[in-house]
Write a protein that binds this ligand. Structure first.
Ligand SMILES: O=P(O)(O)OP(=O)(O)OP(=O)(O)OC[C@H]1O[C@@H](n2cnc3c(O)ncnc32)[C@H](O)[C@@H]1O
Ligand SMILES: [Mg+2]
Length: 197
């Protein structure tokens, strides 16, 4: 079976990529599945694209193989775009999903439903040693709930209600998230590259 390495240590992302890539007959392996796990890469960029490039290019260099990286996050309009590129560490370096959720809900205290618009953004970078890096973006529009609900997914899913839904992303079956998510859309955009794998 064909294989692609995903430069992520986030288990939630890794599980979704396995499902998404299986539709293309490709086995997606994350960094935690390699014999030697590469060290963490500093995400020093100011944009999703910069951070996706850092993760993909440095990992491709270390492994001498094509690598796909995902930099993603939640953009909340009433918080001036926060948490944005700082989504993973919004409430501190320990990358605590619950603390991050609490910080967003607290920041939106008293903000009415119609002003709670938000979107998940995913930028994928595919780096191949000696070649130009390819970038694709996917966006999933929605709004932030007043309370958290649901057990599926990861990160901010329990407080994100996708457009045209009345449930949070964490309440949707995982196949449904994989149909509408920012990650699924970005991967679809890779179309031609995927077809020649
Ligand atoms: O860098 P890697 O190792 O891939 O793992 P990470 O968790 O640090 O990943 P990012 O730097 O891209 O930060 C993305 C954060 O945005 C949030 N996020 C991204 N996609 C999400 C999704 O599908 N559902 C919920 N939250 C998401 C979640 O908090 C992630 O930790
Ligand atoms: Mg990260």
């Amino acid at each position: 079976m064909k294989e692609i390495i995903i430069a992520t240590k986030n288990q939630g992302k890794a599980i979704e990529f396995k499902e998404l890539f299986s539709k293309y007959g490709i086995n997606a392996r994350s960094l935690t599945e390699l014999d030697r796990e590469p060290k963490d890469i500093d995400e020093t960029g100011n944009t999703f694209q910069e951070n996706a490039a850092l993760k993909a290019e440095q990992t491709a260099e270390i492994l001498s193989a094509p690598v796909l990286a995902d930099d993603s996050g939640l953009v909340v309009d009433a918080l001036d775009g926060e948490p944005g590129v700082y989504s993973a560490r919004y409430a501190g370096d320990q990358k605590d999903d619950q603390a991050n959720i609490n910080k967003v809900l607290h920041g939106l205290d008293g903000v009415p439903a119609e002003k709670r618009t938000a979107r998940f953004i995913c930028v994928l970078a595919v780096a191949t040693p000696g070649e130009e890096t390819i970038f694709r973006q996917g966006i999933c529009e929605g709004h932030i709930a007043h309370t958290e609900a649901g057990e599926n997914g990861f990160g901010y899913d329990p407080i994100f209600i996708p457009e045209r839904y009345e449930k949070t992303m964490a309440q949707l079956p995982k196949a449904e998230k994989n149909r509408i998510s920012h990650r699924a859309k970005a991967l679809q955009e890779l179309g031609a590259w995927l077809d020649k794998q």
